[in-house]
Write a protein that binds this ligand. Structure first.
Ligand code: SIN
Ligand code: FE2
Length: 213
């Protein structure tokens, strides 16, 4: 007999106007996404970037797509080539692009054409402090975020650093889309708790799809 766990049923939740959590939206394709991450990382390895202020980030990152996000002493920016290898960033595989487009559509953004996918890797203790995604020139397009592996507490605030923050547990297969009036809202990830996920071990991955220009 098939058993259905309430936990695995999809539901949606509007954080603020323009921002929605699509619970378990990517669950059934998660193993394919993880294989794709491994393939991308074999071409463009995960690395701990350094902020313009000289701090090494606890989250390890890589990218696929026409553009990739990079940070160093000169600032935050998108590049066409991986500064580590000098090669173009790996192409964005179709399964990633299509998932991002379907999630954006579901959230009310039917014409999403991402040109960058930032891949974040968190181990226990890794975190992302409150920030805005503002290195993209195209502010009409939303951000689509896909979570895989260990759960993490996502913080979603408002237009200023002082705005009240909502906290949502993002689990394996969850997707968050924010755009429109919430496109530049502050967000972050609390330190990842210890744990072991059957598909990733002690790791959380997050994919964020962006339209940079
Ligand atoms: C990000 O803000 O770029 C990533 C968010 C996350 O890891 O959930
Ligand atoms: Fe972000």
């Amino acid at each position: 007999m098939m058993s259905l766990f309430a936990d695995e049923l999809p539901w949606r939740f509007d954080l603020v106007p323009g921002a929605v959590v699509l619970h378990r939206f990517a669950l059934h394709e998660a193993s394919g996404l993880l294989e794709t991450i491994t393939a991308v990382a074999s071409q463009a390895t995960f690395r701990h970037l350094v902020t313009p202020g000289g701090l090494t980030m606890s989250v390890a990152m890589t990218n696929c797509g026409q553009k990739g996000w990079h940070s160093d002493a000169h600032g935050y920016r998108y590049t066409t080539h991986d500064p580590l290898s000098g090669k173009p960033w790996p192409d964005m595989p179709a399964n990633l692009r299509l998932l991002a487009q379907r999630a954006a559509q579901e959230a009310g953004y039917p014409d999403f054409h991402p040109d960058a996918c930032l891949i974040n890797r968190y181990v226990p203790g890794a975190r992302l402090s409150l920030h805005q995604d503002k290195d993209e020139q195209d502010r009409a397009a939303p951000i689509v975020s896909v979570s895989l592996g260990l759960p993490a507490v996502f913080q979603f605030g408002g237009a200023t650093r002082q705005s009240p923050v909502q906290r949502v547990l993002l689990e394996h297969g969850d997707v968050v889309v924010w755009g429109g009036p919430s496109r530049l809202f502050y967000h972050g990830v609390q330190p990842l708790k210890e744990g072991a996920h059957p598909d990733t071990g002690a790791v959380r991955y997050n994919l964020t799809f962006r339209k940079t220009c």
